[in-house]
Design a protein around this ligand. Structure first.
Ligand code: NAD
Length: 525
């Protein structure tokens, strides 16, 4: 049976290489891109509903967390009525877009990947300015965006066409995968390009139409992604773009009877609201809405007494403080064997003292700002709680500058049940917990409501095997850090309150956006 995969020749998927900023030409390109972003500052971006540009009287703005007075973009403020119009327009466009051959939809995804590759520095510079990522972190976000486009394109070719099933005598039978309908895509701000593009393109290549409602913190990066998708050939009717408050426009989109599915990545609190709203039938609704929900984490690294301590220190420091700890996969608990606890803490503090904090456009700063003043207040509040629940052995304060800078903070002697050991802080704050032995460490690691990522450092193969079996996380890393999942290599998604384990960047992901139809025809022999 000829499948789309065999009709269209594509090279095997490979991850997009990271930019080497130690090369002078790359450094110059990034500096030039940052200047270009600065020149575009304050630009106003429209919304798109049913192919038309929409402008509202009320505006919202996005600012640079390294320099809060610097405005990045001006945006429209959608209402519930706009949400309604967008879903109706999307439902209409679905009738056309679903008939576009998979190969054509995939071609557009590949073209978009190509455009992003050509404009890589510009996208990374914008990420750096809008959400405070360092050059390296911003480049990783851009590379992951390209990876999602390339990977889901190839995946769609695999799902397209007729799929063989067990043959039946006197029948021609097979299975096809068809799209669902109108999808609402609600991303967070912390991977403003990769997650927004990943969920949007997964929905579109599978033949669904989309309403993308970006985070209030990162609408400019999302607007760029949308512009690129249009330029690549996605019809404007197939992709609507609505900016506004999540609790107003996001909520209205989720509850609309013609919404067929929701792809959400964000906090546990909002994920649960969406799960509940999606589960409630509204008048006129004729399906069970699907909700693909990727949520928070309280990720742990276990450091066993038989570990390479220096490697563990390096891995924990990178996973706890990379992008200021604002990754769902960030290490926020180090669970350390009591036999090496003091040595580990001492070495970790020495290592983390070397971390530089300041404006993210300066490549000399390893850590930039946290995303907003609200995020900063929340994190500082948790640090105050931590001061009572343990001993602050590093940081614990704001770092100098006008931006939302917080020192890398390590809180030692934390009990496994403490709030700073149980609740997602989403900032540069690490709780260090003492374990009696490896079994105790695993017990502590599993004792939260989350289950996203986890790491174990040990040279003992029996302990590694035990962790493989008993550490209950969607993404387990052994003798390496718990951040930095690569598309294709580490399908990503968590257990328990970390979400629906949809495994982004994996072979199962597109099935969330498709439904299978079995066809059997009686034939005469
Ligand atoms: P958030 O939950 O505050 O917001 C996420 C999105 O939901 C935003 O677009 C927001 O506008 C929208 N929203 C808010 N209220 C809504 C409502 N009532 N109805 C519909 N939409 C609504 O999360 P955030 O601060 O943007 O992102 C950080 C969170 O995301 C962290 O908890 C982090 O762990 C999580 N995250 C998870 C993953 C993963 O793959 N599991 C990846 C990245 C981030």
């Amino acid at each position: 049976m000829a499948t789309a995969e065999t009709r269209v020749h594509v090279a095997e998927f490979k991850n997009e290489p990271f930019v080497d900023f130690s090369r002078p030409e790359n450094k110059r390109s990034m500096e030039a891109a940052l200047k270009k972003v600065e020149a575009e500052i304050g630009r106003e971006y429209p919304m798109y509903i049913g192919g038309e540009k929409v402008i509202t009287t009320a505006k919202m703005t996005s600012t640079n967390p390294s320099h809060p007075k610097q405005m990045i973009g001006v945006f429209q403020t959608a209402t519930a009525e706009h949400a309604d119009q967008a879903v109706e327009a999307s439902a209409k466009a679905f009738e056309t877009w679903k008939r576009v051959p998979a190969e054509r939809r995939v071609e557009i995804a590949f073209r978009a990947a190509e455009i992003i590759r050509e404009r890589k520095f510009e996208i990374s510079a914008l990420i750096c300015a809008e959400v405070g990522k360092s050059w390296i972190e911003a480049d990783a976000d851009t590379a992951e965006t390209i990876d999602f486009l390339e990977f889901y394109g190839r995946e769609m070719l695999r799902f397209a066409g007729q799929h063989p099933v067990t043959p039946q005598m006197g029948e021609k039978n097979y299975l096809i995968y068809i799209p669902l309908g109108v999808g609402v895509v609600i991303p967070p701000w912390n991977f403003p390009a990769a997650i927004a593009a990943g969920m949007t393109v997964a929905s579109l290549v599978t033949g669904n139409t989309v309403i993308l409602k970006p985070s209030e913190e990162s609408p400019t990066v999302a607007a760029k992604v949308v512009e690129i998708l249009y330029e690549a050939g996605i019809p404007r009717q197939a992709l609507n773009f609505l900016t506004g408050a999540g609790e107003i426009v996001g909520d209205a989109l989720v509850k609309h009877p013609k919404t067929r599915f929701i792809a959400f990545t964000g906090s546990k609190e909002v994920g649960l609201l969406i799960s509940e709203a999606a589960g409630k039938k509204t008048p006129g609704q004729i399906w069970i809405k699907r909700a693909v929900l990727e949520m928070g984490g309280k990720d742990a690294t276990i450091v066993d007494e038989e570990a390479d301590i220096d490697a563990a220190v390096e891995g924990v420091a990178a996973a706890a403080f990379g992008y200021q700890g604002q990754k769902c996969s960030a290490c926020s608990r180090a669970i350390v064997s009591e036999k090496i606890y003091d040595t580990f803490v001492e070495k970790l503090v020495d290592r983390a003292k070397k971390i530089t904090v300041g404006p993210s456009e300066d490549p000399g700063n390893y850590m930039g700002p946290v995303v907003s003043s609200m995020a900063m207040e929340g994190i500082l509040g948790y640090i105050d709680v931590g001061k009572k629940e343990g001993k602050v052995v590093l940081g614990g304060e704001r770092a100098p500058g006008d931006g939302y800078f917080i020192q890398p903070t390590i809180i030692a002697n934390v009990s496994p049940k403490a709030r700073v050991a149980q609740e997602e802080i989403f900032g540069p704050v690490l709780a260090v917990i003492k374990a009696r032995d490896f079994d105790h460490a695993l017990e502590i690691a599993n004792d939260t409501e989350f289950g996203l990522t986890g790491a174990v450092y040990s040279r003992n193969p029996e302990k590694i095997e035990k962790a493989e079996e008993a550490f209950h996380v969607g993404n387990l890393y052994l003798n390496r850090k718990c951040t930095g999942a690569m598309v294709g290599a580490h399908p990503f998604g968590g257990f328990n309150m970390s979400g629906t384990d949809s495994k982004t960047g994996g072979k199962d992901y597109l099935l969330h956006f498709l439904q299978a139809k079995s066809i059997a025809e009686k034939v005469s022999n």
